[in-house]
Design a protein around this ligand. Structure first.
Ligand SMILES: Cc1cc2nc3c(=O)[nH]c(=O)nc-3n(C[C@H](O)[C@H](O)[C@H](O)COP(=O)(O)OP(=O)(O)OC[C@H]3O[C@@H](n4cnc5c(N)ncnc54)[C@H](O)[C@@H]3O)c2cc1C
Ligand code: FES
Length: 249
């Protein structure tokens, strides 16, 4: 059974029910999901688990960027949807205060962590019109601070600028978790390195198979090698992926 809840233009929460679909779901793990009604889309698409209310339920946060994501947001309640998962590794269980820095669909992995008493979420959006995922995290009970590029809501600036401002005013957390655009995660990793805060990143590379066969998800790492993020990740210590830049202090 499928239920789609709109969270703004091109954004939604998709709830799926099926026997055993929510077993072993952890924050950071992902599922490969069919594009319902589009048999020509042979490849399943990867999405982070948002929340799982029982062993027979999962919810995903989806941004409509193409055929697969659009089809999920337009799915009918009685559509059958193929889901392969859970796949990949997870963020560590918080051991102390964690700030989770999310941008766009990078909100997905933080649904299950939103109600953890030690977790605060910093969410970056282009404007309030694009902040539906932040509202969804708040509706779960999460402590969410919004940053908007255009200043239409919350902190005026990027989520990395918000992180810097928060670090200047408050005691640093014990860890940073981040998921979102690559440039955002690289900037968070740089702040973490400078402040010596342990940091984990979750990569959202394009994927073909999701199970280690096609190598479509290869991502460069900090030592000049490549990581197959569907089996090796998607969650890594930041220093495994982002090398220190010359002149960085
Ligand atoms: C581990 C992981 C977790 C993810 N979690 C989520 C999530 O929770 N919610 C969500 O909405 N999306 C998530 N994504 C991204 C999602 O997989 C893609 O948006 C989706 O595959 C697009 O499929 P499509 O058929 O709609 O678009 P396509 O027609 O395949 O592509 C449309 C456009 O989107 C771009 N695109 C496709 N895949 C990606 C990607 N991985 N990263 C950046 N751009 C991409 C393409 O280059 C193209 O410009 C995740 C990806 C990974 C690898
Ligand atoms: S997506 Fe095929 S190997 Fe990772």
């Amino acid at each position: 059974m499928v239920r789609v809840t709109s969270l703004g233009k091109g954004l939604g929460r998709v709830d799926l029910r099926g026997e055993g679909i929510g077993k072993n779901v952890l924050p950071g793990r992902f599922a490969m999901v069919e594009a319902p009604g589009h048999p020509e889309c042979i490849l399943l698409r990867p999405y982070s688990y948002y929340v799982s209310e029982s062993a027979d339920h999962i919810a995903l946060l989806i941004r409509d960027v193409g055929k697969g994501s659009g089809a999920l947001l337009r799915a009918a309640p009685d559509d059958e949807v193929v889901v392969l998962g859970p796949l990949g590794n997870a963020f560590p269980t918080p051991a102390g205060k964690v700030w989770a820095i999310a941008g766009g669909v990078g909100a997905g992995p933080f649904g299950a962590l939103a109600t953890h008493p030690e977790v605060e979420i910093l969410f970056g959006a282009r404007g309030v019109y694009d902040a539906g995922f932040a509202e969804s995290l708040r509706a779960l009970g999460g402590r969410v601070t919004l940053a908007t590029d255009d200043g239409s809501g919350g902190f005026h600036g990027t989520v990395v600028a918000l992180l810097e401002e928060k670090l200047a005013k408050e005691k640093a957390p014990d860890a940073l978790y981040t998921c979102g655009p690559g440039v955002m995660m690289a900037a968070v990793a740089k702040v973490a390195r400078r402040r010596q805060i342990p940091c984990w990143v979750s990569l959202e590379e394009r994927m073909g198979c999701g199970i280690g066969i096609c190598r479509g998800c290869a991502h460069p790492d900090a030592s000049g090698g490549w990581r197959c993020i569907c089996v090796d990740g998607p969650v890594y210590r930041a220093e495994e992926i982002f090398a220190a830049m010359g002149g960085e202090s």
